[in-house]
Design a protein. Structure first.
Length: 296
């Protein structure tokens, strides 16, 4: 099962397999509550301030994860236009204003650095959305993802996009991860997925490449208020740190979104631990899917 195990969530990809870039749109049911936590020191984002505690508007319509580095932020414009056409958005005096927080990865090394997704590609990913199982591997925002560069360019290998789900009582808890990390990648049990050491020592020189990011969306149909929802984002980041070593570096822009879009009754601590597992398994799924594609 994948992120779409949470009822109402739909996911769509646009993929450029030649330019090695892409876009992933997570369309959310309403009502919803969303927060985000940034732990990487080099994030690229749009409208994340809207998700901070204490903000008046708590509901958004979609989350965009995209390649193209800062250039890729333009993909959100296409998603905003498509949502407006669907009549979705924050109800303002002159009509709906879609709210679409966006985060990017640096994938300009993987293929054509001029192949940068924009508004049309964002709209195409939105149009491709659906409630079925999320396609994984070198697709959407994970198309040009790379990992393990901290040990040198010769150690680079494909990252990718993965998703997983679990349950906590009556609630579904699921995650989607775009894994494009400076560090090596491991399972939650410590099995290496990129051949790196379990306890990395300092690299001989500065990591190369110097631009990476892992993006996570963790969602549940448990009813969790915004202040408490930040605990899910924290546990998502904890899973990222457990699976990616080193993680949250100066060269990563790691962002975790946490979404509550349901009314199921669940214990907050139990949902938090389920989020930790779902994120770790989504990271593992991203690497295993990319490895299968590479070997195939």
């Amino acid at each position: 099962m994948t992120l779409t195990a949470v009822p109402g969530i739909e996911v769509g990809h646009w993929t450029d397999p030649v330019g090695r870039t892409g876009v992933t749109v997570v369309a959310l049911p309403e009502p919803n509550r969303v927060v985000a936590e940034v732990r990487g020191a080099a994030p690229g984002s749009r409208e994340l301030a809207l998700l901070s505690p204490g903000m008046r508007i708590e509901e958004i319509q979609a989350i965009v994860l995209t390649g193209g580095s800062a250039f890729g932020l333009a993909t959100a414009d296409g998603v905003v236009r498509a949502l407006e056409a669907d009549g979705r958005g924050h109800q303002a005096l002159m009509g709906p204003v879609p709210l679409v927080p966006t985060a990017v990865i640096y994938d300009l090394l993987a293929g054509d650095p001029m192949a940068r997704p924009g508004p049309d590609e964002g709209a195409a990913a939105y149009a491709a959305k659906g409630p079925g199982p999320v396609e994984m591997g070198s697709v959407g925002a994970g198309t040009g993802a790379l990992v393990a560069g901290w040990r040198g360019v010769e150690h680079l290998r494909p990252g990718g996009l993965g998703s997983a789900s679990t349950e906590s009582g009556e609630a579904n808890v699921a995650a989607l991860a775009v894994v494009n990390a400076v560090g090596d990648v491991f399972t939650l049990e410590g099995e290496p997925l990129t051949g790196g050491p379990l306890r990395p020592g300092p690299p001989a020189g500065p990591p190369a490449p110097l631009e990476n990011t892992t993006l996570v969306v963790v969602a549940t149909d448990a009813r969790i208020e915004r202040n408490d929802l930040m605990r899910l984002a924290v546990r998502a980041q904890d899973a990222l740190a457990a699976c990616i070593r080193p993680g949250h570096t100066r060269y990563d822009g790691d962002v975790a979104f946490a979404v509550s879009c349901g009314e199921a009754e669940a214990d907050l601590d139990a949902v938090g631990e389920a989020a930790f597992v779902a994120v770790g398994e989504a990271i593992e799924a991203a690497l295993r899917s990319a490895t299968t594609e590479e070997e195939g």
